[in-house]
Design a protein around this ligand. Sequence first.
Ligand code: HPA
Ligand code: ZN
Length: 336
Amino acid sequence: MTDHDFIAGLPKAELHLHIEGSLEPELMFALAARNGVAIPFASVEEVRAAYSFSRLQDFLDIYYKGADVLRTEADFHDLAVAYFDRAAADGVVHAEIMFDPQTHTARGVNFDTVIAGLLSGMAAAEATHGLTSRLILSFLRHLDEADAFATLEMARPWLDRITAVGLDSSELGHPPEKFARVFAAAHALGLRRVAHAGEEGPPGYVYQALDLLGVDRLDHGNRSLEDPALVARLARTGMTLTVCPLSNLKLCVVGDMADHPIDRMLREGLRATINSDDPAYFGGYVADNYRAAAAARGLDRRDLAMLARNSFLGSFLPDDVVATHLAALDAYVAAH
Ligand code: HPA
Ligand code: ZN
């Protein structure tokens, strides 16, 4: 079996995926037509050609524009189903997906419309593929604390269907401390906590995510490597890092995939995982991310199995379900 196929079949969880970032240009055009929404592109090719970024903000500007075609519950259902079909083909058996309610409520699309569509897509994926999933409500950090609190309020009727809160969007200038009280309130409601930190922001933002937000998992976390004491702490506490190699390349967090620190993270004892972030924008789904990292950094099958293992250990699944996934992973590795 080739490494290509080994990676596709490797049972894995995806822990860092923005569902709005899985909107492929083809679906963007279909939804624009269905909803009578104008989009500033003439063709699918023109959309793809626009996906060239030199930093996070370049991407975010186009990502929020693309999301404008999402209007109805059916749109969010179709978006989710398209992602899960792709993920299942990549060996994903469990996904913890982020959604950005404020991107939609700011346009007059109701919170309930968004979450109902996503939940029905999640149920369809479980019925079709046996792929389980959880929802992470992510706050936009470029907006203020009051807006995040209002969003948490909208989530109240749905709390039993939401696993965690997250923090995304423009990192620089919007440190985690801005949302310390919102995260405390989410924790008090029984939600788990994740946050993007150390993608473009300094190691100090990672400390804030740990100490002021109390995160259970760190999204990206790359710049932690600049601080040896922080690396030691993350390793000692078994903190999961949801690393996204193709995103890192596209957003110039690394200059070249050959310089990606994924193997260094594993060597330093960090619980690193591989994820796709915004696959429609960054050129690949989760297996493409495993392959790109493996080819550039010479990862062997033991490394790949470790990354998949970490994805289950870092998930919010109960211990007995994690154990079942790890047993299936071990059996797969032993058979290959
Ligand atoms: N970083 C910050 N915000 C985001 C990202 C990301 O990688 N993807 C979608 N929103
Ligand atoms: Zn992200």
